[in-house]
Design a protein around this ligand. Sequence first.
Ligand SMILES: *Cc1c(COP(=O)(O)O)cnc(C)c1O
Length: 453
Amino acid sequence: MTEHAAHTEASFDTRAAHAGAEWSDAASRTVPLYLTAGFRFDAFDTAAEHFATGAGFGYTRTGNPTVSALEQKLATLESGAEAVFLASGQAAVTTALLTLLSAGDHIVLSAHIYEGTRGLVFDNLSRLGITATLVDEISDPDAWRRATRRETRAYFAESIANARNDILDVALVAGVADEFGIPLVVDNTFATPALLRPIEHGAAIVVHSASKFLGGHGAALGGVIVDDGRFDGVTAGRLFPHLVERNASGAPSPWERHGGRARIAYARETVAPRFGATPSPFNAFLVGQGAETLGLRVRHQSAGALALATWLEEQPEVASVDYAGLPTHPDHDLAVRQLQGGFGSVFAFTLNGGEPAARAFVEAVQLVTHMTHLGDVRTLVLHPASTSHSGHAESERVRRGVLPGTLRLSIGIEDVDDLRRDLARALAAAGAASGSPAAVAGSGDRSTEEILA
Ligand SMILES: *Cc1c(COP(=O)(O)O)cnc(C)c1O
């Protein structure tokens, strides 16, 4: 019986649940939004085949066409083989690490990483028996080698890090990881594939908070893992037995079934749906809409950031600007060599007047939005010392480039002259606050050396 035939003889409540479900095959130009928990099986055997091989779509936690379309887009933008989209950037980092690490394993991390990742590793994964070592001098290959142990199963770093704008030399660190046969995982949230594709430089896995630049509109959270598809079960199987050995019921291993894509297949089939950080198809739709304009936005935002960072560096209220696009930045040459099309649009600068100046600045902006987010089409400002980095001792904050007068900007797509006017107004307010008794009495005017002493 067709659905329509069933409706005509059905009662009111049955028709309410079923009627109107016959849609045409209209050729939507955008990716259709499949906002559904699951999918009808068109035959008895289709259901069995789906459960046996994963073919087709059954339930949105294990696959959804809107999500798949976005995964294909992000995999190709990152020059990877395959992608898995997740509910948030944090979910992507968690899923990537749980795909690689087991109890007893060890990971080497750049010390310059997102606070959420640091907390995940040291508060959560530590409870699962996974240990970690931080590397501060990320451009020193021997620092990575010294931190590596027999149990090390991954390196992790960010391509451009908050707050000092440290740039990761991807080829250099990937080369060291190769010496040990382990993958380098790069969080590419700040650079985006518009400026840098870490897989082209030797990284094995890329992760993102898609909530930031990939979406760009700030309307939805999401995260993605992109894999290079070059897992080698022959040489690396000893380190990752869960990818090459058959499970308790004797089913063929990910390596047997998926070859070089064993890692991402394991993430998709065995980690993501079990830990359950499934994205809403609606959020995948929104991120996909944003990702279409990624290159245009990021190049434009980067140009604006360079103009504003250059201007800020010349202002008397400003002590320093940490932006890799400026020749004064220690990683400038590496940034020029490795990034294409711009230096990114998130950077920090430090006011002379310490926290009172930073407070006055934040309270004076009108166009710039005060919030904890980045990569938005709108320009945002945040005071890291009292927010994102407040969980650290002051000496640790300062070591990581966060002083009492430091502010982080994420430059949007607005007209640069409008932004400069708003920043100039805020700088004037900061300058006035610096001369206040509060500023003189506060910690703001202490130097880095004094705080670290
Ligand atoms: C925001 C962010 C994350 C976490 O992403 P969510 O989408 O907020 O979960 C991870 N890494 C970096 C670099 C980020 O900026």
